[in-house]
Design a protein around this ligand. Structure first.
Ligand code: GLY
Ligand code: MN
Ligand code: MN
Length: 433
């Protein structure tokens, strides 16, 4: 759990980076109506959460460097016993100051009246341009009215996207963030292990999904994305989320699922035989994917380019595809011509943090960015072999992905999700038990 003073330090750092003459505006997520009076599950906006640790909708954070009556301001819903009876407790204005460490707080319904005044002496307005078009319009409206009233004398002349400054901060995890990610990873690993233990022929994908969700929720960690529970050929659909088909007795089950702790995500994939024993062909393909993942994880080191672990994974996968006679020719030619893309069509990983596909630039001035300590990435190679006529029978409809969450350290990579077995023998042993 991250303490309020860490959130305060994050805001202070941003204030010092945007500097005098600036104003920063960041909105919470909205509640989205599904129909009638029921909403989709509320999940706080990651940028807003990163700066506040505040989990309510209808709130706006405003930072004004040098403002005498307080630089860190939160607009939020006021306490309202009548509404709270229906929707649950609200923090209220006093709570924003006492519990979140804000220096000033106002009712959110006064935003239109107060915000233009806060902008008056500012030259630059920072906000997350393009994230929420309706909020973009409001921000522009406040600024344009102020500029019109003052004949261009007052209010920010320049609008700057906050993305770069904020997302660079989010990319490197603090020790408290790493602790949260270890916890999410640990619970996600337990759920995956439970799915392996439970799985047997005759079950449906939905039953396995229920095991995962039960374990997440039991431990207070909601899912970090819609799980993929894909039996047999369904594993060839990369974003399969229907999760409602019977499991194939002889086939594999690919699960890609994770949960989040204090909004920090885990993201794990494992592939295992429904009946607990790999066929020889399944095992051959599995060993290639696992070897490629090990080679890739070994590249997740401080100072190596982000791209290096993808390249390492591809090299092992291509050699494996040649050994399986699914590709002909040399490793280098197949890589150059990208012929492996028929069987491996995605990248080997992404940043991981408050978002599953977390924020931060992958390239700097056209070059793959160098990894730094306390960046966290996923490493998730796979092979997806369809049922075309030229594919040998035993290899048809095999889709395999193995994914772990890896922290860059000063030394060897830290595998946050290592608690769930990935070696073929270890999976078989666990499923026998
Ligand atoms: N679960 C999404 C991904 O693996 O990238
Ligand atoms: Mn995944
Ligand atoms: Mn992933």
């Amino acid at each position: 759990m991250i303490r309020p003073d860490e959130f305060t330090r994050r805001r202070a750092r941003l204030l010092s980076e945007t500097g005098p003459g600036s104003i920063v505006v960041v909105a919470s997520a909205r509640e989205v109506l599904r129909n009638g009076d029921s909403c989709y599950p509320f999940r706080q906006d990651s940028d807003f959460w990163y700066l506040t640790g505040f989990d309510e909708p209808e709130a706006v954070l405003v930072l004004v460097p040098g403002r005498e009556s307080g630089e860190q301001i939160l607009f939020l819903r006021e306490s309202d016993p009548e509404r709270e009876r229906w929707d649950g407790p609200r923090l209220g204005l006093a709570g924003a100051i006492e519990q979140l460490g804000m220096e000033d707080a106002f009712p959110v319904h006064d935003l239109d009246d107060i915000l233009p005044g806060l902008m008056e002496g500012c030259e630059r307005l920072y906000h997350l341009v393009g994230k929420d078009p309706a909020f973009d319009q409001r921000v522009l409206g406040w600024r344009n009215r102020l500029r019109a009233r003052s004949k261009g004398q007052k209010g920010p002349g320049e609008i700057v996207s906050l993305e770069h400054l904020l997302h660079e901060q989010r990319l490197i995890k603090s020790s408290e963030e790493v602790r949260c990610m270890r916890r999410a990873a640990g619970v996600a690993a337990q759920a995956m292990t439970r799915a392996m233990r439970t799985c047997r022929p005759g079950m449906n994908e939905g039953e396995i999904q229920a095991e995962l969700i039960h374990e997440y929720q039991r431990q207070g960690c909601p899912p970090s994305y819609l799980p993929i529970v894909a039996g047999g050929a369904n594993a060839l659909i990369l974003h399969y989320i229907a999760n409602n088909q019977p499991l194939p007795d002889e086939g594999l089950l690919l699960i890609d699922a994770g949960c989040e702790y204090h909004n920090y995500a885990a993201d794990i994939s494992r592939t295992f035989p429904v009946a607990g024993r790999f066929s020889p062909a399944q095992r051959d393909v599995y060993e290639i994917v696992l070897a490629s993942q090990h080679a890739a994880i070994d590249e997740v080191r401080s100072g190596r380019p982000f791209q290096a672990y993808h390249e390492a994974a591809v090299r092992v996968l291509v050699q494996g595809l040649i050994d399986l006679k699914l590709l002909a020719g040399s490793v280098d030619d197949n890589i150059e011509q990208e012929r492996f893309r028929r069987f491996y069509m995605h990248k080997t990983g992404h940043w991981l943090g408050l978002d599953v596909h977390d924020v931060g630039d992958y390239r700097i001035e056209g070059q793959s960015r160098l990894l730094e300590r306390n960046m966290v990435v996923t490493v998730e190679p796979g092979l997806y072999i369809g049922a075309d006529d030229d594919i040998p029978e035993a290899l048809r409809n095999i889709g395999i992905r193995v994914e772990d969450d890896i922290r860059v350290t000063q030394g060897d990579p830290e595998n946050l999700t290592r608690a769930v077995p990935s070696a073929a023998d270890a999976i078989e042993e666990l499923m026998r038990g």
